[in-house]
Design a protein around this ligand. Structure first.
Ligand code: SF4
Length: 317
């Protein structure tokens, strides 16, 4: 499936892109991975050792990864206590899962939602050998990442029995349908964890090239991308995520999404107002490439200086 008829790509070679590349590499190099991991929902995945458990844990953790991060971590702690250390074992038993998750709530979700998610995912594991093998199968034969994600969500949802229509929004929100063109941030975050090479954060579990990934864009990454001139769109979407990834792909075609974690944990993240605030901006690691960083507000965006148009879906490889 193609999202959007045509895509606009920023200029490849420019001094601004070179500075942007240097700034992002510096942000990555200065990131305290261990300390940041402990604060991130991905820490839940690292509690497990067996790959089948890790990919189930990743699906659970990424599905819950919205809202206040302290609350997310507390809720995942609770899930971990309820489900024990062998997720793939308890996931065989639908009744045991539902009993263990009884009384749990997180935002739109009740315990049964997460129980059914894990139960369905375990069925897919048995069908394909692993969730990673399932996803790799959906991605083969010229499919785009978007195609594969749709097939993956459909497969898990069908196996789980999670019903999208009903009085509660939880089941639909838990496994969102990428067809609508939303940014699918939590699903792309899950892919990043499973596919990117093991680096203390991501786990490199799945037989999928990191070159295929698209960056997970939440409001925070969208804000930074806007400040860096990577997008002019007002809201995150799949297309915006692809456009940002296209820029990062110029810095590392084999691993464009490697900048995501560092950007997410950039020190000034919570205090950035997307305008020049001296006390905040003067210590910002991306100040020299931010549109607001010098206080003039006059810097043109990379996206404004579009030179080429290419068909959508070019990110297949
Ligand atoms: S320089 Fe200021 S406006 Fe730009 S990203 Fe940093 S904190 Fe935000």
């Amino acid at each position: 499936m193609t999202v959007g008829a045509r895509r606009m790509l920023p200029i490849l070679a420019s001094g601004r892109l070179v500075r942007l590349h240097q700034a992002l590499d510096a942000v990555r190099a200065s990131c305290d991975v261990g300390a940041r991991r402990r604060l991130d929902p991905v820490a839940f995945v690292h509690r497990y050792r067996a790959p089948l458990d890790q990919e189930l844990a990743g699906l659970l953790a990424s599905s819950c990864a919205f809202g206040n991060v302290t609350t997310i971590r507390a809720k995942l702690d609770d899930v971990g206590v309820r489900l024990g250390s062998e997720l793939s074992a308890i996931a065989e038993d639908r009744d045991a899962l539902c009993d263990a998750m009884s009384g749990f709530r997180h935002r739109l979700y009740v315990g049964e939602d997460l129980a059914l998610l894990v139960y369905g995912a375990r069925i897919v594991q048995r069908r394909f050998g692993s969730l990673g093998d399932a996803f790799a199968s959906f991605l083969s034969g010229g499919s785009t990442l978007h195609d594969a994600l749709i097939a993956f969500v459909d497969e898990v949802r069908d196996a789980s029995g999670l019903v999208m229509t009903g009085e509660r929004r939880g089941p639909a929100h838990l496994l969102p349908d990428p067809r609508g063109g939303s940014a699918s941030k939590r699903l792309l975050l899950y892919l990043r964890w499973m596919v990117r090479p093991a680096d203390g954060i991501d786990l490199g579990l799945w037989p999928v090239s990191p070159a295929r990934l698209v960056i997970p864009v939440d409001v925070h990454v969208h804000k930074l991308a806007t400040n860096l001139g990577l997008t002019q769109a007002r809201t995150p979407s799949w297309r915006v995520a692809e456009d940002i990834t296209d820029v990062f792909r110029r810095f590392d075609p084999e691993d464009p999404v490697k900048y995501d974690f560092a950007l997410c944990h950039l020190g000034m993240a919570g205090s950035c107002s997307s305008r020049f605030v001296r006390e905040v901006c003067e210590s910002c690691a991306i100040r020299n490439v931010c549109r607001h960083g010098d206080g003039s507000g006059r810097r043109s965006s990379t996206a404004q200086r579009v030179r080429a148009k290419v068909p959508a879906g070019h990110d297949d490889g």
